[in-house]
Design a protein around this ligand. Structure first.
Ligand code: SF4
Length: 248
């Protein structure tokens, strides 16, 4: 039985730090689509510094003072799902924003789950720290790195994403890099440029995913979709650059 110890009665030694607590905005207890080939739960971490127009979870962008969902409760729920699911995916928001991510990943690993991460590659340093603890990563590549700010509204975000892509390729960990396509945001030459750059970095698994309006609050983006974008010729050309390629 775990007995809570108050800070006043049992101060931590200088070599120990208090466990940090993940700020969780929500959880999906069961999904078959967020970790390739595995049944998983998804933990949505609060907070994201980017402002992508097509964001499905804008309510997760701010970090509130109090966590909407206690991490201890989430961990208890996950413990009850041992044997029912294979993996836990940390998503968001942007999960690498949270200083408690590493501790949370370790706690989930101790339960015996494989661990996945959905990230937009915003914090290369923390990403590099948690990478060795992960089994699979889904890394969003939002634009040609030099034009990132046009989608994310955050200066310097392209360089951060590139650094994360390089770390990921070097890590040997299973992954996919994926780009959300929208004709008003990424013209076909931009899609081609992204693919060339990623292939040059050594990315082997690339996904082009169509924009979905679900959860998106941008009326303009929701109104202008479809047509012949992306052309089948472009998709074939991009697909040929990668060992594994998916259009979804
Ligand atoms: S990185 Fe993801 S969570 Fe953050 S604003 Fe963009 S789509 Fe939303």
């Amino acid at each position: 039985m775990n007995v809570p110890i108050s800070a006043s009665s049992a101060p931590l030694s200088p070599n120990k730090r208090a466990p940090r607590t993940l700020k969780v905005g929500g959880i999906t207890p069961f999904t078959a689509t967020d970790y390739p080939g595995k049944l998983a739960a998804v933990v949505f971490v609060q907070g994201c510094p980017l402002r992508c127009g097509y964001c499905h979870n804008p309510h997760l962008q701010p970090r509130t003072a109090a966590s909407p969902l206690q991490w201890s409760r989430v961990l208890s729920l996950l413990a009850r799902r041992v044997g029912l699911i294979d993996a836990v995916v940390f998503s968001g928001g942007e999960p690498t924003i949270d200083p408690a991510l590493e501790d949370a990943i370790r706690a989930v690993r101790e339960l015996g789950f494989a661990v996945g991460l959905h990230t937009a590659g915003v914090y290369p340093e923390r990403f590099g720290t948690v990478l060795p603890l992960l089994d699979w990563v889904g890394l969003d590549i939002k634009a040609p790195f030099a034009q990132y700010e046009e989608i994310t509204a955050l200066a310097g975000s392209g360089a951060q994403a590139r650094a994360c892509a390089e770390l990921l390729v070097q890590s040997g960990i299973d992954y996919e890099c994926r780009t959300t396509m929208h004709p008003a945001l990424l013209a076909e030459p931009a899609l081609l440029e992204i693919a060339h750059t990623l292939a040059g970095l050594g990315v082997r698994n690339y996904v082009l995913q169509n924009f979905r309006g679900q959860g998106c609050k941008d009326a303009h983006l929701n109104a202008c979709t479809g047509g012949s974008y992306p052309s089948s010729a472009l998709v074939s050309r991009i697909g040929a650059m990668f060992e594994q390629f998916t259009l979804r």
